[in-house]
Design a protein around this ligand. Structure first.
Ligand SMILES: *Cc1c(COP(=O)(O)O)cnc(C)c1O
Length: 487
């Protein structure tokens, strides 16, 4: 995923030259691709294998974030390659609105065998955003079918990211990704409550339980202020991804949310596009939120295809399916590439590797090591404000003052400095800015493959610390100079 005005690696044009030299780097004038940046071309990737990505310059980089938390079993897996080849030799494309394929059925069975948590049907699409739009439409149609068409509103959270299509962006609160489209391509029937962001949201002296209760109370008040009978759904990421960097909910939060949704008949849509598919150490991220927590609709994406094919999915609870069955029995929504056979084959192969190799358990176990390693090293440094996450999904938030939690001025570009220094050391990490309030704040996300080797994990932690040290030195100097200039 590309983050706002910067490329994945966050390099500015002048820095890029230094990183790539001229060898292997495309000339801006020679590209007809509309890259997100119109003034620079991102480094060219020519191959990837296991936990490493190789660039046109020959540079081999440890993939500490699997792109955008995507390549959960690493790159170039031969079993996925074989499955995709075999599927292509049978059938690549059929219009899945009219027909089905054995591989789409097999993928749905793989994920939903035994109806986990009451989830009974999967709707396969080609991205997380499509999955979110599909979930919003399925939720709305559910209420139309069961005779509650007055439900037209959605409630989401601050610091949420649910995708970039019009529907998905409308329930997102990523400030910079929304800004140009406000008043034109963003729905206005969405209201917001606070994120579960303990580092900045939990009050001094407030216990985790009290914080959790206060957030649930806020949601209740929000429902009441818009009229709970007008609300279609509450939308949330169990572990927040791109916007604030792996923020987790306080204990009891989702149980409280589930009770409120039940009380008012509001659907709960959990977006696990980034945190799902085992990333947090359980197959579904919400499984760590306590007994009784389940979604009416759940979205998947990034880890579903593991980067081998563009895939997304909505998993629907049997209650929603029954609602449609009591009415028209027809979901008024489809895509040309819905349940694409090759995409399903890739995703199925990824899920099989995950299960056979016990990679979700490995993710949980290695995650505990990773958390301890981060806290013991970079966690001790003066510009590190908070480390949070679960499994192999960790966010590190940077501040200029640990006591006051004051963020760096955005002009300092702390995140980009760190991402660049990491890249220089052959490590790729995922950037994030605007963490604190949508404008100020810096964080990075670490999301390595679940099957990275122990040595690769050690390298990741070491390279990250070395990159941080370089930035700390540079920033100390910049702050001293800034002070001098200010006097
Ligand atoms: C990435 C993401 C999306 C959007 O998925 P795309 O595949 O980029 O369309 C939606 N929700 C969350 C939580 C995400 O991280």
């Amino acid at each position: 995923m590309v983050s706002d005005t910067q490329t994945q690696t966050g390099t500015s044009p002048s820095e890029k030259k230094e990183i790539n030299g001229t060898n292997g780097q495309l000339d801006l004038e020679a590209s007809h691709v509309l890259h997100n940046s119109l003034i620079s071309i991102p480094p060219t990737v020519v191959s990837a294998e296991g936990s490493y990505v190789t660039f046109g310059t020959g540079r081999r980089v440890l993939d500490g974030c699997t792109g955008a938390a995507v390549a959960i079993i690493g790159h170039g897996n031969p079993e996925v390659l074989a499955a995709v080849q075999e599927q292509m030799s049978k059938v690549s494309y059929t219009h899945t609105v009219a027909f089905t394929t054995p591989v789409a059925e097999a993928l749905a069975n793989e994920i939903l065998q035994g109806n986990p948590h009451g989830l009974s049907r999967a709707f396969f699409v080609s991205s997380g955003s499509e999955a979110m739009d599909s979930a919003l439409k399925l939720a709305r149609q559910y209420y139309v079918e069961i005779g509650q068409p007055q439900r037209t509103r959605l409630v989401s959270r601050q610091r949420a990211y649910h995708g970039n299509t019009v529907g998905a962006l409308s329930v997102s609160s990523h400030v910079s990704r929304r800004a140009p489209f406000l008043d034109a391509l963003v729905l206005n029937n969405v209201s917001y409550v606070s994120a579960t962001y303990a580092y900045r949201g939990q009050l001094e002296g407030e216990s985790e339980e009290e914080y959790s209760a206060r957030l649930v109370q806020e949601l209740d008040e929000q429902f009441q202020s818009v009229g709970p009978e007008t609300v279609i759904a509450f939308v949330a990421e169990p572990v927040g991804g791109a916007t604030a960097g792996c923020i987790t909910a306080p204990k009891g939060y989702y149980q409280g949310v589930r009770r409120l949704c039940d009380r008012y008949g509001i659907l709960l849509i959990l977006d696990e596009v980034m945190c799902g598919s085992g990333r947090t150490g359980t197959y579904f991220a919400f499984e760590q939120e306590g007994p009784g927590v389940y979604p009416d609709l759940l979205t998947m994406g990034k880890g579903l295809g593991g980067g081998y094919a563009p895939m997304g999915a909505v998993l629907a609870h049997e209650k929603v399916i029954r609602g449609l069955q009591s009415g028209s029995s027809y979901f008024v929504h489809s895509h040309t590439y819905q349940a694409h056979a090759v995409g399903c084959a890739a995703a199925l192969a990824v899920q099989k590797v995950l299960r056979r190799d016990g990679l979700v358990a490995r993710c949980a176990a290695k995650g505990r090591w990773f958390e301890a390693a981060l806290n013991a090293t970079i966690g001790q440094r003066k510009y590190v404000g908070n480390i949070r996450g679960r499994g192999l999904f960790w966010g590190i938030e940077f501040v200029q003052n640990r006591a006051t939690k004051e963020p760096f001025p955005p002009a300092l570009r702390f995140t980009w400095k760190l991402v660049d220094e990491a890249f220089r050391r052959h490590l790729s990490i995922y950037p994030g800015a605007g963490t604190a309030d949508g404008f100020k704040g810096d964080h990075v996300i670490l999301a390595p493959p679940y099957n990275a080797s122990d040595d690769e994990f050690e390298d990741l932690v070491r390279l990250l610390n070395e990159a941080y040290d370089a930035v700390e030195t540079e920033v100390d100097l910049a702050l001293v100079e800034g002070k001098r200039d200010g006097e």
